[in-house]
Design a protein around this ligand. Structure first.
Ligand code: PMV
Length: 355
């Protein structure tokens, strides 16, 4: 499928007034995306687990037909409250996708959105948010073009979401999603995410992700600034190569079911992402002292009891504790007895990946 195929070539076809709803989950990357070029294209391939519980639910209401001009006429509401501050990011997104969704300019519309996780929790809602919004736009297109195939809808939804927030293209479908063209992953593309196309060992198909909220504050560095700092970064090329090599390594781990190799790779990915921020110019440390306390406790538990558990991090201080269902009882006890003291307000969000 060519990305030219995603252009909306019949602008005279407009969806009906009314409500279009969708929901999309959050995702957690095992091999991280950090660095982009062109229009939101990734410098390396990434792969993520799709979470079951952390979701954004969105409704777009087309309220009134208008004569299209060079503006978008919309308002954004979070939990029923008008949020003018959210408009500019969404407007940038709408401009980027204009040739793919030209009908939006012919309406006054409202975007109503809510998350199943607390907005201030430090969990990025941009991936699930942009994914849910893209699904609403595709529902509009599908309503006037019922002949669209499922394959087209899923690829174009992910394609649109990518233009909102890169990692959002891994939140529009599938449980283990790859984004970025890679020689070892058939069908992979830098334009949209695809469902991981190979067999996954049962060990990795029933996993828990307990998100330890170390710091609920605003992120110090937005991901767009972070991606930009990879331009001219002294270790950028090595990092992109490392990530692409890790995709190949992870492919064989996912098939063999080896937990030790899995955690070694996933933890190294998380620390490499943070190493990039610590060595950029300007430099940042996004981990907090409690992030390191938690990491050391995880390593101690693994060493002393051989429990299958590991961690990953996003571009922030929170720790995602990853473990197979079989380790659940021990890890839940570990969280309650040894880790909860390091979480702000003792907050933990338990999520899971099952497929
Ligand atoms: O989608 P963005 O531009 O917010 O970038 C997110 C990047 C990380 O979350 C840090 C890593 C990833 O692959 O999800």
């Amino acid at each position: 499928m060519n990305t030219q195929d995603f252009i909306y070539k019949t602008p005279q076809l407009l969806p009906d007034l009314g409500s279009y709803r969708a929901e999309a989950p959050s995702n957690i990357a095992l091999v991280k995306y950090w660095g982009k070029y062109g229009e939101q294209l990734p410098k390396n391939t990434s792969i993520s687990y799709t979470l079951d519980n952390c979701k954004t639910k969105t409704e777009v209401v087309l309220k009134k037909r208008i004569e299209a001009d060079d503006q978008f006429h919309f308002e954004v509401y979070l939990d029923g409250e008008l949020k003018p501050a959210f408009k500019s990011k969404i407007e940038t997104f709408l401009k980027r996708i204009e040739t793919y969704t030209p009908f939006l300019k012919s309406f006054e519309f409202e975007i109503h959105t809510k998350n199943t996780f607390p907005h201030s929790s430090g969990i990025a809602s941009s991936a699930s948010g942009m994914a849910a919004l893209s699904k609403c736009f595709m529902a509009m297109e599908n309503s006037v073009k019922p002949e669209l195939t499922d394959e087209f809808i899923s690829k174009k939804t992910s394609f649109l979401a990518r233009l909102g927030s890169g990692s959002a293209c891994r939140s529009t479908g599938g449980k283990l999603v790859v984004w970025g063209k890679h020689q070892d992953i058939e069908g992979s593309s830098s334009f949209f995410g695809i469902d991981y196309p190979y067999e996954v060992h049962a060990n990795f198909r029933a996993f828990q992700d307990s998100i330890l909220l170390i710091d609920e504050g605003q992120k110090q560095v937005s991901s767009s600034i972070g991606h930009d700092l990879m331009h001219g970064h002294p270790f950028a090329e090595q990092r992109f190569q490392q990530a692409d090599d890790n995709i190949s390594k992870l492919k064989s781990i996912l098939s063999s079911g080896n937990f030790d190799e899995f955690f070694a790779l996933v933890e190294s990915e998380a620390l490499s992402l943070h190493a990039m921020m610590m060595t950029s110019s300007p430099y940042f440390i996004l981990m907090k002292p409690n992030t390191l306390e938690v990491i050391n406790k995880i390593w101690e538990l693994r060493k002393s009891e051989g429990v299958q558990v590991g961690f990953t991090l996003d571009a922030g201080a929170n720790v995602h504790l990853l473990y197979p269902n079989a380790s659940s009882a021990r890890v839940r006890k570990f969280i309650n007895e040894d880790l909860i003291q390091f979480c702000q307000g003792e907050k933990v969000i338990h999520d899971q990946i099952q497929f």
